[in-house]
Design a protein around this ligand. Structure first.
Ligand code: ATP
Length: 448
């Protein structure tokens, strides 16, 4: 069947993706019945499946499949000294300006929109801004009953802080030797001056970070190794050279302790933007924590008897930004033969929230169809839908990216066969019920 797809990610309209996410319960504003809260988002039943699948795939690739990476899950509030040692308390800030005309607040480096209140008769379109002031992005909280400097704590601005502070214990208990990595997925918080572009820049978000500890002379080769691994991960999710690229940091973008950094960028409707950073952080982190905690974090190379502070190659990817990139890349509106249109999410089966939908041709066939759905549910997230005509039910599944629909019809009881319909090709195949799990597994788990 001929289709006309609008698949290039840059051509997708953000408002269509945002509207689909709200309409089908992927992602919506947190506290929306109270008018929402800027920079915070809730994931609904389909969104949480999508993001969980993404996290599971990252965990699988980064820790389970490797002998040399172990995982942790640490507290969101870590010892406040962690953030003094890392430099966040002193330096984790963005330059902020206020517009005297529209009274809004911006990041000084993100003044790319015309001022909505600028008086047209004066032919001024830009904001009339104050001088930039540094604004610290750490979100603060108080611990315990008293509110004084000693009770101030921070919600972590990145998940890696506690990877560094627990380095020694994790290395000893997991009996890992340098080089090895520690991985973690978790929430991070930044009091972003201007949250925008849906979930792209939020104040609460999830990161998946891996810190790889190696000899300081070997960061170059590990950097290349991890860059290749991370690109393989994104390609297996379905991104390609039309919507994914790497961008080395310019010398003036690099943090003072970073000798090399590259971003992996995705082509969003609002331009090329970072979804992941790969950084050669040198020995900065463990040196700082050695000094601030007064604990020796160096290691001994058993062969050469050399004692050294390990250096770190970091990979840091946003789970929300990547989920958004997946939705944008997958979104298509197609005109079918005969003039019908359909919305389809061409999500990789790795992340598709629903893997299979079971649809009885008639409500009268509900019992055996439900039995089949229950069988498939032992393995995958399965949707069962008997409401409406079959064409409409296919469209509902297309719109949320379900790769396969299985139809139980009036012949199925007799010949023990079902019709499997492919989301992308819209082709249909008759398959024996006995072979169904194997058939689906071959296709759904091909890239795992
Ligand atoms: P940006 O320059 O866009 O603010 P960053 O360079 O500060 O990002 P990192 O500190 O390298 O980002 O964080 C690693 C990853 O965490 C980013 O690639 C992104 O995917 C995610 N991330 C960072 N800030 C946010 C945010 N405010 N909202 C959602 N995801 C974020």
């Amino acid at each position: 069947m001929e289709t006309q797809a609008a698949s290039a990610s840059a051509a997708v309209r953000m408002e269509d993706v945002v509207s689909l996410c709200a309409r089908r319960g992927f992602i919506f504003q947190s506290g929306e019945i109270y008018g929402g809260i800027n920079g915070f988002w809730d994931y609904g039943p389909l969104g949480v499946e999508l993001k969980n699948n993404l996290k599971a795939f990252w965990w699988q690739r980064t820790t389970r499949e490797r002998e040399d990476v172990v995982g942790i899950d640490s507290a969101i509030i870590t010892h406040p000294r962690t953030w003094e040692a890392s430099g966040h308390v002193a330096n984790f800030s963005d330059p902020m300006v206020d517009c005297r005309t529209c009274k809004r607040r911006f990041r000084a480096d993100q003044l790319d929109q015309p001022c909505p209140e600028a008086p047209a008769q004066r032919q001024v379109t830009a904001c009339d801004t104050t001088d930039p002031r540094e604004f610290n992005l750490m979100l603060r909280t108080e611990i315990g009953a008293s509110e004084d400097a000693a009770s101030t704590a921070f919600l972590r601005a990145e998940t890696c802080g506690s990877i560094f502070t627990s380095f020694r214990r994790v290395r000893e208990t997991s009996r890992q030797k340098i080089p090895f990595g520690i991985a973690q997925i978790g929430k991070a918080f930044r009091n972003e001056i201007n949250p925008r572009n849906f979930t792209f820049r939020s104040r609460e978000f999830e990161q998946a970070e891996m810190e790889f500890f190696c000899h300081p002379d070997r960061t170059g080769e590990w950097f290349e190794h991890w860059k290749a691994e991370r690109l393989r991960f994104h390609h297996d999710l379905g991104f390609d050279e039309t919507n994914l690229r790497t961008r080395p940091h310019e010398a003036n973008e690099l943090a003072h302790y970073c000798s090399n950094a590259e971003d992996i960028e995705f082509l969003f409707p609002f331009g090329w933007q970072e979804i992941e950073g790969i950084h050669d952080r040198g020995t900065y982190d463990l040196t700082q924590h050695t000094e601030f905690a007064g604990k020796d974090l160096s290691v001994m190379d058993e062969e050469s008897k050399e004692r050294f502070v390990p250096a770190v190659v970091e990979t840091s990817v946003g789970m929300d930004r990547t989920s958004l990139a997946l939705l944008v890349a997958a979104y298509a509106e197609e005109t079918l033969e005969g003039g019908d249109t359909r919305n389809v999410l061409r999500l990789s089966p790795i992340v598709a929230p629903i893997k299979v939908a079971v649809l009885p041709l008639s409500k009268k066939l509900g019992e055996p169809a439900r039995r089949l759905a229950a069988e498939l549910r032992k393995r995958w997230n399965v949707s069962y839908d008997e409401a409406g005509n079959i064409g409409r039910r296919y469209r509902r599944q297309d719109e949320v990216g379900t790769p396969y629909c299985v139809t139980w019809d009036f012949e199925s009881e007799g010949d023990q066969k079902v019709t499997v319909r492919d989301r992308d090709a819209m082709s249909q195949e008759r398959i024996g019920v006995d072979h169904l799990v194997g058939w689906l597994r071959e296709r759904l788990e091909a890239h795992l």
